[in-house]
Write a protein that binds this ligand. Structure first.
Ligand SMILES: [Zn+2]
Length: 212
């Protein structure tokens, strides 16, 4: 057993083992698999150092930080699709962190509102002109929905893969109609995101990585 970069489980097995056989073996050894995941993921949660080449998450993928020791007094981030380039005169990790957080926030504003719009269009109980979205960097909550219909999303979700982000948004949109986790709530959620169980499991297992 190994971990991939996102903290997912990688099984290394002989070529002739079938998928069904691997799944059955895993199912029989669940406690061991879970123990492995817990300890390996803890080890993976090293604090970020903001050094050249360090990998940072964006929408579920990791990209290296390329630090240009140029003249720039202000640190700014340019994302090329392959890496994050940061101008930073004297290599101050704190400034790089702040610049990257600003960049994440800008992307989160764009990406989250586009996804919210798209998913709201599929929720017939939602009048999408009335949705208010707020972003916060939160430690323990991925999203919530107030009784006034304000949907608050955790900015750190910009590091999650799109299906995981969409799942949080779908969950909160269902709260616009059902403020609790009643059966009626799950009926709506099932319509909007039939995959919600897998998405929730993924968020629970990888979520700590987004919070770094
Ligand atoms: Zn809820």
């Amino acid at each position: 057993m190994e971990l991939d970069e996102q903290g997912g489980l990688v099984i290394v097995a002989p070529r002739h083992w079938t998928k069904a056989y691997i799944n059955a073996t895993l199912a029989q050894n669940l406690p061991r698999v879970e123990r492995f995941l817990i300890t390996a993921r803890k080890r993976q949660l090293q604090p970020l150092l903001y050094t050249d080449g360090e990998l940072h998450l964006y929408l579920g993928k990791r990209y290296p930080l390329v630090i240009n020791r140029g003249s720039g007094l202000k640190s700014s981030v340019v994302f090329s699709g392959d890496n994050f380039r940061v101008e930073n005169g004297e290599h101050d990790p704190e400034r790089i962190r702040a610049a990257l957080q600003n960049w994440y926030l800008e992307q989160a504003r764009k990406v989250f509102s586009a996804r919210l719009q798209e998913i709201a269009n599929r929720a017939d109980w939602v009048d999408d002109r009335s949705i208010q979205m707020k972003l916060r960097r939160m430690k323990r909550t991925w999203g919530n929905c107030s009784s006034k219909g304000v949907i608050k999303l955790n900015t750190h979700l910009i590091k999650a893969p799109l299906p995981v982000l969409d799942a949080v948004i779908a969950h909160e949109l269902c709260h616009l109609q059902e403020m609790n986790h009643s059966r009626a709530f799950y009926v709506l959620l099932e319509q909007l995101n039939p995959n919600w169980r897998q998405d929730r499991t993924r968020l629970r297992s990888e979520g700590n990585l987004y919070l770094l």
